[in-house]
Every structure is written in C-alpha cells, then in structure tokens.
Ligand binder design. Structure first.
Ligand SMILES: Nc1ncnc2c1ncn2[C@@H]1O[C@H](COP(=O)(O)OP(=O)(O)OP(=O)(O)O)[C@@H](O)[C@H]1O
Ligand SMILES: C[C@H](N)[C@H](N)CCCCCC(=O)O
Ligand SMILES: [Mg+2]
Length: 239
C-alpha cells in the first residue's frame, strides 16, 4: 500500500507545484512509482486555456501522471470559485481517489490550493477547510515556504496552525533559497532551532524551470546521502 503526502504551504505562488515536481523526480529516481494529484485547481495557465497546475505538471516539467478533480477557471480561493462556477466539492470523493491511487502507486503527492488555512466549501455554518480534509483523512503534510525575508513568521504560524489541528508534519521545504544570503541561511537555522522539524530540502531559484533543470536539481539533491537518509526517516519508506 502506498503513502499519501499532502504538499501544503505558507500561501499561494510560493512553490508548492515546484516542490511537488521536485519530490516526484526524487522519488522516481529512487525507483518509486509516483502519482501527483491536485484535486482543486483554480486559475488558468499563461496559455489562457489550460489549468495552471495541470499545465505545469504536464507541459513544463513533463509529469503526465498528474491529475486533478475539480477545475474552476476563476483564479480565486476554492470556496469562491465553487460558488462562482456552481461546483459542489466533495471531500469524500477526493479521499476516495487518494485511497485508490495508494493501491496503485508507492507515493501519492497531493498538492493543496494555496496555503493550509484555505476554505474549500462555504457552508451555512462556516467553512470546510483544507486542514479539515487533511485531518479527516489523516494525511501527513510537507510544508513549503519561501526562504527569504518573512519566512520565519510565515513558517512558524503555518506550523503552529497545523499542530493546533493535530496534523502530522513530515518536514519543511524552503523554496527559492539563496545560499549566499545571510537572511536565507539564518532563516533556516532559526526556524530549525525554533521548530525542531526536519528540513527536507532547500530548493534554489532556477533561471529556467524545465523537466531537465528540475531533474538535475533532484539528482544534485540525491548525491547527498545524508539527505537520502533523512528522506527515508521522514517518509519511513524504503528508499
Ligand atoms: N525554485 C524556483 N525557481 C524558479 N521559479 C520558481 C521556483 N519556485 C517557484 N517558481 C515560479 O514561481 C511561480 C509560483 O510557483 P508555484 O506554481 O510552484 O506556486 P504554488 O505555491 O504551487 O502556487 P498555487 O498556490 O497557485 O498552486 C511559478 O511561476 C514558478 O515557475
Ligand atoms: C489562484 C491561486 N493560484 C490558487 N490556485 C488558489 C489560491 C487560494 C488562496 C486563498 C487565500 O489564502 O486567500
Ligand atoms: Mg501550485
């Protein structure tokens, strides 16, 4: 039976899709069978036709094993997109898809829409949130954050929110990390000391994001055995 991992983050446009693609290439290079699932997609890609995340997985980084479930054109929060498009989001159907793919794949990477505290469904009494889906179906998460100024607050508040919701955090990924920046380097050291969570990877800014630059980034990362060891511990999968 495979393992599902929910890729969430400190917000939108912070690199969840890039981090999910990176993890997919890493796992594939380790011989694992990976499925990518972005159940709720809002907003179109630059071609004005495709849905942003699906376009990215299929066309930019060539990961055809990616799939969505709800595709809504307005580039807004899922709860508003569902209202605007008269779409009924069914968390049980999302969970069913994940369980189905756990029977076929070693790893199912589930990308969230925006950050962790994002509403999926507007109800009479309040909202059904992304964290409700994660908790209800007991999916462990990896939190993606940008590495620059602001990362401390964004990461600490997102982690604290996840912990309040009894959500299991496998680790952190910092995106657009600049090893030459004292802010970036100190941010990660500070956050490690404050939270004591594994830092699974720090992803540099890529001048051009393609299947090849992403694969090369995964290869560079895998060369460091210590990180492979961390991946094994964090994901308790034989790698
Ligand atoms: N490490 C990186 N190097 C170069 N470009 C990056 C990197 N990380 C993210 N980007 C760019 O920043 C933009 C946002 O990244 P991404 O789509 O992964 O964000 P996201 O968190 O998945 O957004 P959403 O909430 O819409 O799903 C994309 O255009 C992507 O190409
Ligand atoms: C349109 C965007 N790229 C994402 N697909 C959805 C982001 C939802 C953010 C909700 C919020 O935190 O305000
Ligand atoms: Mg994305």
């Amino acid at each position: 039976m495979g393992k599902a991992i929910f890729i969430t983050g400190t917000g939108t446009e912070i690199g969840k899709t890039v981090a999910t693609s990176f993890l997919a290439f890493v796992f594939q290079k380790l011989g694992l069978n990976v499925k990518i699932f972005k159940p709720i997609q809002t907003g179109l890609a630059e071609d004005g036709v495709s849905f942003a995340d699906q376009y990215w997985y299929e066309k930019v980084v060539g990961l055809p094993q990616s799939e969505g479930l709800y595709y809504m054109e307005p580039a807004v929060s899922p709860h508003l997109a569902a209202t605007l498009t008269n779409t009924t989001i069914d968390p049980a159907l999302i969970a069913e898809k994940i369980e189905q793919w756990k029977r076929q794949y070693d790893i199912v990477l589930v990308e969230g829409a925006g950050g962790l505290a994002v509403p999926l469904i507007e109800k009479e009494q309040g909202f059904y949130m992304t964290n409700d889906l994660i908790r209800e179906y007991n999916i462990p998460i990896i939190i993606v954050s940008l590495a620059g100024l602001g990362a401390i607050h964004h990461t600490v508040t997102t982690v604290s929110y996840a912990q309040q919701q009894d959500i299991r955090i496998l680790g952190l990924i910092f995106n657009q990390f600049n090893a030459e920046s004292i802010i970036h380097v100190n941010n990660i050291e500070t956050i490690k000391r404050m939270l004591g969570l594994p830092v699974i990877a720090t992803l540099p800014s890529l001048a051009k994001v393609t299947k090849y630059t992403m694969m090369a980034m995964a290869e560079r990362w895998l060369k460091n055995n210590e990180q492979k060891q961390l991946l094994q511990e964090v994901l308790s999968v034989e790698v």
